[in-house]
Design a protein around this ligand. Structure first.
Ligand SMILES: [Zn+2]
Length: 302
Protein backbone atom coordinates (compact mmCIF):
# COMPACT_ATOMS: atom_id res chain seq x y z
CA UNK A 1 0.00 0.00 0.00
CA UNK A 2 2.99 2.32 0.54
CA UNK A 3 3.55 2.79 -3.21
CA UNK A 4 -0.06 3.73 -3.58
CA UNK A 5 0.12 6.33 -0.82
CA UNK A 6 3.32 7.78 -2.33
CA UNK A 7 1.23 9.12 -5.21
CA UNK A 8 -1.55 10.52 -3.02
CA UNK A 9 -2.30 14.21 -2.57
CA UNK A 10 -2.27 13.74 1.20
CA UNK A 11 1.30 12.48 1.09
CA UNK A 12 2.40 15.24 -1.27
CA UNK A 13 0.86 17.82 1.04
CA UNK A 14 2.62 16.39 4.06
CA UNK A 15 5.93 16.38 2.16
CA UNK A 16 5.50 20.11 1.54
CA UNK A 17 5.42 20.64 5.30
CA UNK A 18 8.68 18.72 5.57
CA UNK A 19 10.32 20.53 2.65
CA UNK A 20 9.36 23.97 3.91
CA UNK A 21 10.46 23.08 7.42
CA UNK A 22 6.99 23.69 8.77
CA UNK A 23 6.63 20.48 10.75
CA UNK A 24 4.85 20.62 14.04
CA UNK A 25 5.91 18.29 16.87
CA UNK A 26 2.62 16.41 17.06
CA UNK A 27 0.09 15.42 14.39
CA UNK A 28 -3.34 13.93 14.69
CA UNK A 29 -3.83 12.19 11.37
CA UNK A 30 -7.37 11.09 10.58
CA UNK A 31 -9.31 9.08 8.02
CA UNK A 32 -11.97 6.38 8.41
CA UNK A 33 -9.47 3.78 7.12
CA UNK A 34 -7.23 2.44 9.91
CA UNK A 35 -4.86 0.57 7.57
CA UNK A 36 -4.40 3.66 5.44
CA UNK A 37 -3.71 5.74 8.59
CA UNK A 38 -1.11 3.28 9.82
CA UNK A 39 0.66 2.96 6.48
CA UNK A 40 0.58 6.72 5.97
CA UNK A 41 2.38 7.30 9.27
CA UNK A 42 4.93 4.64 8.39
CA UNK A 43 5.54 6.35 5.07
CA UNK A 44 6.08 9.69 6.80
CA UNK A 45 8.58 7.99 9.12
CA UNK A 46 10.39 6.64 6.05
CA UNK A 47 10.36 10.03 4.38
CA UNK A 48 11.73 11.77 7.48
CA UNK A 49 14.64 9.35 7.54
CA UNK A 50 15.29 8.93 3.84
CA UNK A 51 14.29 11.69 1.43
CA UNK A 52 14.04 9.27 -1.50
CA UNK A 53 12.11 6.62 0.44
CA UNK A 54 14.46 4.17 -1.26
CA UNK A 55 13.29 1.15 0.78
CA UNK A 56 16.76 -0.37 0.58
CA UNK A 57 18.96 1.72 2.88
CA UNK A 58 19.48 0.70 6.48
CA UNK A 59 16.90 3.15 7.86
CA UNK A 60 14.26 2.23 5.33
CA UNK A 61 14.71 -1.50 5.87
CA UNK A 62 14.60 -1.09 9.63
CA UNK A 63 11.47 1.04 9.52
CA UNK A 64 9.76 -1.34 7.11
CA UNK A 65 10.50 -4.21 9.49
CA UNK A 66 9.45 -2.23 12.57
CA UNK A 67 12.88 -2.52 14.16
CA UNK A 68 14.19 1.02 13.78
CA UNK A 69 15.33 2.16 17.26
CA UNK A 70 14.15 5.74 16.62
CA UNK A 71 10.76 4.94 15.11
CA UNK A 72 8.54 3.54 17.81
CA UNK A 73 5.03 2.31 17.19
CA UNK A 74 2.24 2.06 19.71
CA UNK A 75 0.03 0.57 21.08
CA UNK A 76 2.03 -2.49 22.03
CA UNK A 77 -1.19 -4.46 22.42
CA UNK A 78 -4.70 -3.93 21.14
CA UNK A 79 -5.31 -0.39 22.29
CA UNK A 80 -3.26 2.45 23.70
CA UNK A 81 -3.15 2.19 27.49
CA UNK A 82 -1.40 3.95 30.39
CA UNK A 83 1.58 1.56 30.13
CA UNK A 84 2.13 2.66 26.54
CA UNK A 85 2.09 6.30 27.63
CA UNK A 86 4.61 5.42 30.36
CA UNK A 87 7.01 3.79 27.90
CA UNK A 88 6.75 6.86 25.70
CA UNK A 89 7.66 9.10 28.63
CA UNK A 90 10.72 6.91 29.32
CA UNK A 91 11.73 6.80 25.67
CA UNK A 92 11.42 10.57 25.27
CA UNK A 93 14.62 11.10 27.20
CA UNK A 94 16.61 8.58 25.17
CA UNK A 95 18.46 10.31 22.35
CA UNK A 96 17.89 9.00 18.83
CA UNK A 97 20.48 6.40 17.90
CA UNK A 98 20.53 6.11 14.14
CA UNK A 99 18.84 9.23 12.93
CA UNK A 100 18.49 12.79 14.09
CA UNK A 101 14.80 12.55 14.81
CA UNK A 102 12.77 10.38 17.12
CA UNK A 103 9.36 9.37 15.84
CA UNK A 104 6.48 8.08 17.92
CA UNK A 105 3.64 6.55 15.92
CA UNK A 106 0.42 5.88 17.78
CA UNK A 107 -2.11 3.90 15.78
CA UNK A 108 -5.85 3.78 16.35
CA UNK A 109 -5.66 6.42 19.03
CA UNK A 110 -9.45 6.72 19.10
CA UNK A 111 -9.50 3.34 20.84
CA UNK A 112 -7.31 4.51 23.72
CA UNK A 113 -8.52 4.99 27.26
CA UNK A 114 -9.10 8.43 28.77
CA UNK A 115 -6.45 7.71 31.42
CA UNK A 116 -3.87 6.86 28.74
CA UNK A 117 -4.70 10.03 26.82
CA UNK A 118 -4.31 12.11 29.96
CA UNK A 119 -1.01 10.42 30.72
CA UNK A 120 0.28 11.27 27.24
CA UNK A 121 -0.82 14.87 27.38
CA UNK A 122 2.31 16.37 28.89
CA UNK A 123 4.59 14.49 26.49
CA UNK A 124 2.94 15.89 23.41
CA UNK A 125 2.72 19.34 24.93
CA UNK A 126 6.41 19.83 25.58
CA UNK A 127 8.39 17.11 23.86
CA UNK A 128 12.18 17.40 23.68
CA UNK A 129 13.64 18.78 20.47
CA UNK A 130 13.73 16.47 17.44
CA UNK A 131 10.75 14.45 18.52
CA UNK A 132 7.64 14.07 16.41
CA UNK A 133 4.37 12.36 17.26
CA UNK A 134 2.35 10.85 14.44
CA UNK A 135 -0.93 9.95 16.09
CA UNK A 136 -3.67 8.52 13.92
CA UNK A 137 -7.36 7.90 14.48
CA UNK A 138 -10.41 6.84 12.52
CA UNK A 139 -12.46 9.53 14.23
CA UNK A 140 -11.97 12.41 16.63
CA UNK A 141 -15.01 11.47 18.68
CA UNK A 142 -13.31 9.80 21.63
CA UNK A 143 -10.21 11.96 21.61
CA UNK A 144 -9.91 14.43 24.47
CA UNK A 145 -10.24 18.08 23.49
CA UNK A 146 -7.00 18.74 25.37
CA UNK A 147 -5.19 16.29 23.05
CA UNK A 148 -6.89 17.75 20.01
CA UNK A 149 -5.87 21.29 20.88
CA UNK A 150 -2.23 20.30 21.37
CA UNK A 151 -1.86 18.50 18.06
CA UNK A 152 -1.94 19.63 14.48
CA UNK A 153 -4.86 17.99 12.69
CA UNK A 154 -4.18 16.42 9.31
CA UNK A 155 -7.06 14.80 7.47
CA UNK A 156 -6.24 12.17 4.86
CA UNK A 157 -8.17 12.26 1.60
CA UNK A 158 -9.55 9.21 -0.17
CA UNK A 159 -7.77 8.12 -3.35
CA UNK A 160 -9.24 8.20 -6.81
CA UNK A 161 -10.86 4.80 -7.43
CA UNK A 162 -9.36 4.67 -10.92
CA UNK A 163 -5.91 5.05 -9.42
CA UNK A 164 -6.72 2.27 -6.96
CA UNK A 165 -7.97 0.03 -9.75
CA UNK A 166 -4.88 0.64 -11.85
CA UNK A 167 -2.62 -0.06 -8.89
CA UNK A 168 -4.25 -3.42 -8.20
CA UNK A 169 -4.23 -4.35 -11.86
CA UNK A 170 -0.54 -3.51 -12.16
CA UNK A 171 0.17 -5.66 -9.15
CA UNK A 172 -1.63 -8.61 -10.65
CA UNK A 173 -4.39 -8.49 -8.05
CA UNK A 174 -7.95 -8.97 -9.12
CA UNK A 175 -10.11 -6.32 -7.60
CA UNK A 176 -13.84 -6.75 -7.46
CA UNK A 177 -15.70 -3.78 -8.93
CA UNK A 178 -18.02 -3.69 -5.91
CA UNK A 179 -15.08 -3.70 -3.50
CA UNK A 180 -13.86 -0.57 -5.29
CA UNK A 181 -17.27 1.10 -5.01
CA UNK A 182 -17.87 0.16 -1.38
CA UNK A 183 -14.26 1.05 -0.45
CA UNK A 184 -14.97 4.65 -1.57
CA UNK A 185 -11.34 5.34 -2.40
CA UNK A 186 -9.97 4.14 0.95
CA UNK A 187 -7.23 1.62 0.09
CA UNK A 188 -7.38 -0.42 3.32
CA UNK A 189 -11.15 -0.68 3.22
CA UNK A 190 -11.10 -1.65 -0.46
CA UNK A 191 -8.61 -4.44 0.24
CA UNK A 192 -10.71 -5.66 3.17
CA UNK A 193 -13.85 -5.81 1.02
CA UNK A 194 -11.93 -7.56 -1.72
CA UNK A 195 -10.71 -10.23 0.70
CA UNK A 196 -14.05 -10.66 2.42
CA UNK A 197 -15.49 -13.96 1.18
CA UNK A 198 -19.07 -13.30 2.22
CA UNK A 199 -18.97 -9.89 0.52
CA UNK A 200 -17.68 -11.43 -2.71
CA UNK A 201 -20.33 -14.14 -2.46
CA UNK A 202 -23.02 -11.50 -2.12
CA UNK A 203 -21.63 -9.70 -5.17
CA UNK A 204 -21.91 -12.89 -7.21
CA UNK A 205 -25.40 -13.49 -5.89
CA UNK A 206 -26.62 -10.05 -7.02
CA UNK A 207 -24.95 -10.51 -10.40
CA UNK A 208 -26.75 -13.82 -10.86
CA UNK A 209 -30.03 -12.42 -9.66
CA UNK A 210 -29.96 -9.70 -12.31
CA UNK A 211 -29.09 -12.19 -15.01
CA UNK A 212 -31.36 -15.08 -14.08
CA UNK A 213 -34.45 -13.64 -12.39
CA UNK A 214 -37.07 -13.82 -15.14
CA UNK A 215 -40.26 -15.19 -13.60
CA UNK A 216 -42.09 -14.96 -10.29
CA UNK A 217 -40.94 -18.49 -9.55
CA UNK A 218 -37.32 -17.30 -9.87
CA UNK A 219 -38.18 -14.44 -7.53
CA UNK A 220 -39.13 -16.87 -4.77
CA UNK A 221 -35.87 -18.77 -5.17
CA UNK A 222 -33.72 -15.66 -5.09
CA UNK A 223 -35.77 -14.13 -2.31
CA UNK A 224 -35.16 -17.09 -0.02
CA UNK A 225 -31.44 -16.23 -0.09
CA UNK A 226 -31.83 -12.48 -0.35
CA UNK A 227 -33.98 -12.38 2.78
CA UNK A 228 -31.42 -14.06 5.02
CA UNK A 229 -30.56 -11.84 7.94
CA UNK A 230 -26.81 -12.17 7.51
CA UNK A 231 -25.64 -9.61 4.96
CA UNK A 232 -29.13 -8.36 4.14
CA UNK A 233 -28.17 -4.69 4.18
CA UNK A 234 -25.07 -5.45 2.14
CA UNK A 235 -27.19 -7.11 -0.55
CA UNK A 236 -29.43 -4.05 -0.67
CA UNK A 237 -26.39 -1.80 -1.16
CA UNK A 238 -24.94 -4.10 -3.82
CA UNK A 239 -28.25 -4.14 -5.64
CA UNK A 240 -28.23 -0.35 -5.60
CA UNK A 241 -24.64 -0.31 -6.94
CA UNK A 242 -25.68 -2.69 -9.70
CA UNK A 243 -28.48 -0.39 -10.80
CA UNK A 244 -26.17 2.62 -10.60
CA UNK A 245 -23.97 0.82 -13.06
CA UNK A 246 -26.93 -0.08 -15.28
CA UNK A 247 -27.95 3.57 -15.30
CA UNK A 248 -24.44 4.61 -16.35
CA UNK A 249 -24.48 2.03 -19.12
CA UNK A 250 -27.83 3.30 -20.38
CA UNK A 251 -26.50 6.88 -20.31
CA UNK A 252 -23.51 5.85 -22.43
CA UNK A 253 -25.81 4.25 -24.98
CA UNK A 254 -25.30 0.61 -24.09
CA UNK A 255 -28.14 -1.84 -24.51
CA UNK A 256 -29.87 -2.87 -21.30
CA UNK A 257 -32.75 -5.04 -20.16
CA UNK A 258 -33.94 -2.03 -18.13
CA UNK A 259 -35.08 1.40 -19.28
CA UNK A 260 -34.07 4.61 -17.51
CA UNK A 261 -37.62 4.96 -16.14
CA UNK A 262 -37.53 1.42 -14.79
CA UNK A 263 -34.24 2.05 -12.98
CA UNK A 264 -35.64 5.22 -11.39
CA UNK A 265 -38.59 3.24 -10.07
CA UNK A 266 -36.30 0.49 -8.82
CA UNK A 267 -34.23 3.00 -6.87
CA UNK A 268 -37.41 4.06 -5.09
CA UNK A 269 -38.17 0.44 -4.25
CA UNK A 270 -34.66 -0.13 -2.91
CA UNK A 271 -34.94 2.98 -0.76
CA UNK A 272 -38.25 1.80 0.61
CA UNK A 273 -36.72 -1.61 1.38
CA UNK A 274 -33.87 0.10 3.24
CA UNK A 275 -36.35 2.06 5.35
CA UNK A 276 -38.37 -1.06 6.08
CA UNK A 277 -35.19 -2.90 7.03
CA UNK A 278 -34.28 -0.17 9.53
CA UNK A 279 -37.82 -0.33 10.88
CA UNK A 280 -37.34 -4.06 11.55
CA UNK A 281 -39.99 -5.21 9.10
CA UNK A 282 -40.18 -8.85 8.08
CA UNK A 283 -37.21 -9.63 5.83
CA UNK A 284 -39.08 -12.22 3.73
CA UNK A 285 -41.77 -9.71 3.00
CA UNK A 286 -39.28 -6.93 2.15
CA UNK A 287 -37.35 -9.20 -0.27
CA UNK A 288 -40.42 -10.68 -1.95
CA UNK A 289 -41.91 -7.23 -2.51
CA UNK A 290 -38.64 -5.74 -3.71
CA UNK A 291 -37.68 -8.53 -6.12
CA UNK A 292 -41.20 -8.89 -7.51
CA UNK A 293 -41.28 -5.11 -7.90
CA UNK A 294 -38.04 -5.17 -9.89
CA UNK A 295 -39.40 -7.85 -12.20
CA UNK A 296 -42.64 -5.94 -12.60
CA UNK A 297 -41.12 -2.62 -13.64
CA UNK A 298 -38.67 -4.41 -15.90
CA UNK A 299 -41.58 -5.64 -17.99
CA UNK A 300 -43.92 -2.67 -17.59
CA UNK A 301 -41.30 -0.15 -18.73
CA UNK A 302 -40.35 -2.04 -21.86
ZN1 LIG B 1 16.06 4.70 2.24
Amino acid sequence: MLDLILTSDSYKNFCKLIEFDKLSHAYLITSPDEDYNREFCKLIALRLNCKEVCKTCESCVKILNDIHPDVLSFPKNKSFVVDDAKSIIEELNVMPMLSNIKIFIINNFNKSTVQAQNKLLKSIEEPPKNVIFLINATSLESILPTIQSRTQKFELLPLNTNVLKEYFNNNGENINENALIEGEGWPGKTIKYNQNQSFIKNCEFIENLLKEMKSSKDVLNFSSIFSQKDGFEERLNLLENAFDKILNNIASGEESAFTKEAVAMIFEKINLAKKEFLANCNLNLISDTLLLGILEVKYICK
